[in-house]
Structure formats: structure tokens, C-alpha cells
Design a protein around this ligand. Sequence first.
Ligand SMILES: Cc1cc2nc3c(=O)[nH]c(=O)nc-3n(C[C@H](O)[C@H](O)[C@H](O)COP(=O)(O)OP(=O)(O)OC[C@H]3O[C@@H](n4cnc5c(N)ncnc54)[C@H](O)[C@@H]3O)c2cc1C
Length: 339
Amino acid sequence: MKFLRCREIPPPTGKKVAIIGAGPAGLGAAGVLKCHGHDVIVFDMLPEAGGMMFFGIPDDRIQKDRIREAVRELMNAGVKFMFNTKVGRDISLEDIIETFDAVLIATGTWKTRRLDVDGEDLPWILPAAEWIVEVHMARYGHIPWSDVIKPHGTILIVGAGLTAADVATVLLTYPEFKERVEKVILSYRRTRELAPMRLSEFERLEKMGVEVLELTQPIKFYEKDNMRIARLIKMKLVKTPEDKRPKPVPIEGSDFELRVDYVFKAIGEIPTPPFEDKQHNIELNPDNTIKVDEHFRTTRPNVFAAGDVKHGPSLIGPALKSGLDAAIKIHQYLTGILK
Ligand SMILES: Cc1cc2nc3c(=O)[nH]c(=O)nc-3n(C[C@H](O)[C@H](O)[C@H](O)COP(=O)(O)OP(=O)(O)OC[C@H]3O[C@@H](n4cnc5c(N)ncnc54)[C@H](O)[C@@H]3O)c2cc1C
């Protein structure tokens, strides 16, 4: 992994760029901008760089020491980092926009999508992405383990994407959890062939002991006789002219109770810009991504956006590429090529 892509840093241009978010998009952009001689400061709400790539993905799937090495290289080249600084809470976005020549927003997707079913806000229903981040914060010594919820017993995971697979992996392989967990059940409203997770990933999870319930969806969570219950319903797939994938439709009267101890919501994440729609004269799209033109420019002239907060939840590769491309546009803007 490499974010700094030049051997020598050219003389300073005198231009200052603020990057909000130290995930792959922000780090990639920082490397390109530093290699053009600009002064770069990266703000991040967390105590360490890497974003979801570092705090979301389990340790066996990505080499975290390589990420740390690549970040150190940026620091040694003069990129400054302001950690534990949440823009919009600890520092005003307006002040940043007014102080810097250009700003790149790369804050990713840090909120789990809601299921919109009864009982969803009970304390034993947990947002998967936020929980995984807390687990890794504790694992790397940034918060005490006592701050992390330690699920036990039977755990239902709703969803069949990367986050769902990672929650199952963490529960069944990390020593802090594996002794406490009796059973992990994964519920997905379509069939595995239509899931975002690969078939090989389902096989891997099943080998670890995960029970997969295809064509099911939760409709309610509640407590009864001191038990925690998820009511699920069976689904059928219906082809509609407007949808590419068959649409899952509940089968009337097929609902059933599942006794659980904890539930993880893992049906996707929502983009989290550090402002509301139209604040600071920056517009959002209906899905909460930041509206940009073909040059990664937002509706505010010196503010750009890249990564998952610009195009929605994706993968490290597309997020990184978007940061690299946006940085070139910022450089063109700072040097007057992009009007
Ligand atoms: C659980 C999980 C597993 C995944 N597994 C994989 C995988 O195996 N392979 C793969 O390719 N992709 C995977 N992904 C997706 C990948 O991690 C993301 O697509 C990628 O990290 C997005 O990069 P980004 O830079 O746009 O945003 P992020 O990586 O999300 O980084 C955004 C950064 O902004 C910071 N931030 C947010 N708001 C603020 C604020 N207001 N002020 C300051 N800082 C802020 C955050 O702390 C974070 O560091 C996974 C995602 C998740 C959630």
C-alpha cells in the first residue's frame, strides 16, 4: 500500500489544502497534493488514519501494519494530521473553508442503514459498522474494552454484504467474543446467488458455523417472558419490469419467532458528510452523497468531494482512485488550469 507516489517533494507552492477524512480517498489525495508541493492537513475524527479500511475490515483480511507504514511515509513527507477532530463538532467546516485555498471532503459512510421495523431501537439491536469500528478501536488500544458491547448467546445478523460477513468473522474468530457466542445466524431477504457477498464467502462463513437463512426478513423485535425475540417472515422473489434483480416480497402468514440474544443490522451504510444539505452552500443528493460536477467540485467553488461520501458505499479501490483523481482536479484548480 502506498499513498505517496513521488520520490522528492517539490518546493512549496504556498497553497494550503484541508482534507477531511483519513480513509483511502483522503490519504490518496494527500499523497498526490503533497507531491505537487501543496501544504496538506488531514482532519480525522478518529485517533488514527485509515478510515473503514483500517477500523472496519478484520485483521486477517488486510495488513494493517502496511497501512500504518504508508501513513508514516505521508507524515515524513510533511503531510500534517489532526486526529480526534470531528469537523462540524470540534472545528467548524466554515472556518476550514475560509482558511484553506481548497478543501476535500472524504468522510465516507459511517452510519448503518435502518431496517425500519418495530423494536429496532431496543438496546440489543446493534448497528454493525459502528460496532466493528469500536471493536478495532479497543483492539488497537484507543478505547477500553469495557466501552465495547460484548454480545453473547445466539446472534442474528441481518444482511449479506461485506459488513455482515465481517461481523460474523469478528464474533467467531476474535478471542474477546468467540467463547461467548453460541450461534450466529445470518438472515438475507434474497437468495445467496443475488447477495452482495460472494458465494465463496457464504461457504467460508458456513464452515465457521454460521447458519444462513435465505429468503427471510425481520419484521419486528420484542421482549417476551424475559426472552429477546426476532419475528422473521419468509420471502418470495418476484420479477418486475422496473427492477433488474427480482424483488423480495413477504409471504403472508409465513412469519415465525426466533429467540435471539443480540441482532446486528448490516444492510448497508449511509454517506455521512460533515454538514446538512445546503449548509455552507454545499448541496447533497437525495441519497446523502455530496453533489459534485465532473471535476469533483461541490456547489461551493473551493470545496471538492471524493470517496464513498461522493459516490456511496464502495470498496477501497474505487475510493482510493476517486481521491487520486480529485487531487489532480484540486491541483488544477489551485494552479488556475481548472476555472
Ligand atoms: C465492515 C466493512 C468491511 C469492508 N470490507 C472491505 C473489503 O474487504 N474490501 C474492500 O475493498 N472494501 C471494504 N469495505 C469498504 C471500504 O472500507 C470503503 O469503501 C472505503 O474505506 C471508503 O473509503 P473512504 O476514504 O471514502 O472513506 P472511509 O474509509 O470511510 O474514511 C472516511 C474517514 O473520514 C473520517 N470522518 C468521517 N466523518 C468525519 C468528520 N465529520 N470529521 C472528521 N473526520 C471524519 C472517518 O473517521 C474516516 O477515517 C468495507 C467496509 C466496511 C464498513
